[in-house]
Design a protein around this ligand. Structure first.
Ligand SMILES: [Zn+2]
Length: 72
């Protein structure tokens, strides 16, 4: 489908199951990487990790465009 809806402009780059290193070490960590194109911040990647086994959760955001002039 080539339907670009403005209400959902994220693109899933990667999903997979990985080892949960910080807590339980089991292969139950769901990893999702989503590419967003934000009109204000530009391209950014959202990394979401969640472990089914121990409940560990972590979200990281990486900004690809570092041209922001928020701080002058
Ligand atoms: Zn875990």
């Amino acid at each position: 489908m080539d339907n670009n809806d403005l209400s959902f402009h994220g693109k899933v780059l990667y999903t997979g199951i990985e080892k949960c290193p910080p807590v339980c070490g089991r292969d139950s960590l769901h990893v999702i990487e989503i590419l967003y194109n934000d009109p204000a911040f530009g391209d950014l990647i959202l990394y979401s990790n969640q472990c089914d086994y121990c409940g560990y959760r972590r979200v990281d955001i990486h900004y690809l465009n570092s041209r922001g002039g928020l701080s002058g």
